[in-house]
Design a protein around this ligand. Sequence first.
Ligand code: GLU
Length: 500
Amino acid sequence: MEKNGRIRVRFAPSPTGYIHVGNARTALFNWLFARQNGGIFVLRVEDTDIERSREEYERNLIQDLRWLGLDWDEGPDAGGNFGPYRQSERLELYHRYANQLLEEGKAYYCFCTAEELEKEREAALAEGRMPVYSGRCRNISLKEARLRLAAGEAGAIRLRVPDEGSIQFEDIVRGLVEFDLKLIGDPIIVRSNGMPAYNYAVVIDDALMKITHVIRGEDHVSNTPRQIILYRALGWEPPVFAHLSMVMGKDNTRLSKRHGATSVDQFRREGILPEALCNYLAFLGWSPPEGQEVLTLEQLVRLFDLRRVSRSAAIFDYEKLYWLNRQHIKLLRYEKKLELALPYLQEAGYVGTEVTPEQREWLEKAVEILIEGVDKFSQLPGKFSLLFDYQPENLDAEARSIVQADSARKVLVAFIQKTAGLNEFNYEIFAAITGEIKKETGVKGKDLFHPLRVALTARASGLELDKFIPLVEEGSRFDWPRKLKNCLERIREFSRILEA
Ligand code: GLU
């Protein structure tokens, strides 16, 4: 390893599904560490599991990482001096080093069948022993093994691991970690189908790609001693390890679908901003020394400290993520808010595919007002429903009880009469009319305004009317896929219902 050279880290996902937020955090921590140290961030695709790996997942993975804003210096699409960066294209390298290990007697062919191994395993468990490979094929010479292979027998390659002693390593997050070799057994490094096992490929790649720091999930801690033995067998020095705690739900089980969204892709589709997600992911196991909360990627690069990462499990708190998302939404320019909101409004059928510049201007205003208090963009159509869906025939219980009060009747009848002859309406007219009604009926405050709100919005709560009325009046002048009714249309509809 280049001890005094440039820092090189990697994110090494397997393209077997969408990126889980736990993995996204691993990517982020690697990226932050590289960027703050002027290092190199490598993307390596670990696609040796031929049954589960798919090209489509690799494409999604790349898209998700780009969306998060984590760029890499070397990778399958970016190239670099240590490629190829897809394990399926590196098989020749794995075979070359496996042969070296075989020739040196550090590895051997194993012809045990799956059934034999399973029997051994069961026997060990029955006797209360750890199921560790017995080493039955250890003494088959390379010459004999090659004959058996030539005769068509299937053989895997195993690494010879000492039976006694222990492996220790200093983990940046977890401190000193120690494993008893007795419990390790001789791991398979190349399967009988010729594909390298994870523990083997990862060592060859990390070494040849000159990775200096391996930052990854804690689920790989128990693989690390096997990997260290491989480094030693190959005469290489292992990198520095940092294992990040698992991401859990509030109930202390691994974060999964039961808890809510778990993949970067899901959060993107829900309308979480990438800057908010990165901000939140950074807080899974780390916090800045001065307790700052809303941080951009650039600020995170400056503040992040791998040595301050906690070893205890990180609990994923959706509410905190939404809070951060709201803060980051506030930082966006209004054009950007509309750009992000538009697909949701189109999907909901409120806005068509063609949007005129005048409609755009109005939509920017509407989004600016309605996004207040929204956790994520997918909630915006629910807010726009206040403008586009006027259904006075379907009042909820609270709205109904508001309009049924005696004083409400008086207010509504007066309001309907005073607006009956109008063909223009705006907030000034509304204010003048309510002033008159107040004088004539003596009803004021909540009792005056709540029934009018119900009449205009068909809801018990929502926007302040000084915001709602101008918005609806302006918006109703445009052609939308679904008609946006103006205030006078609403009042007429409401009066018919009141009569009925
Ligand atoms: N492909 C492995 C994973 O996704 C990589 C583990 C590692 O970083 O070494 O879990």
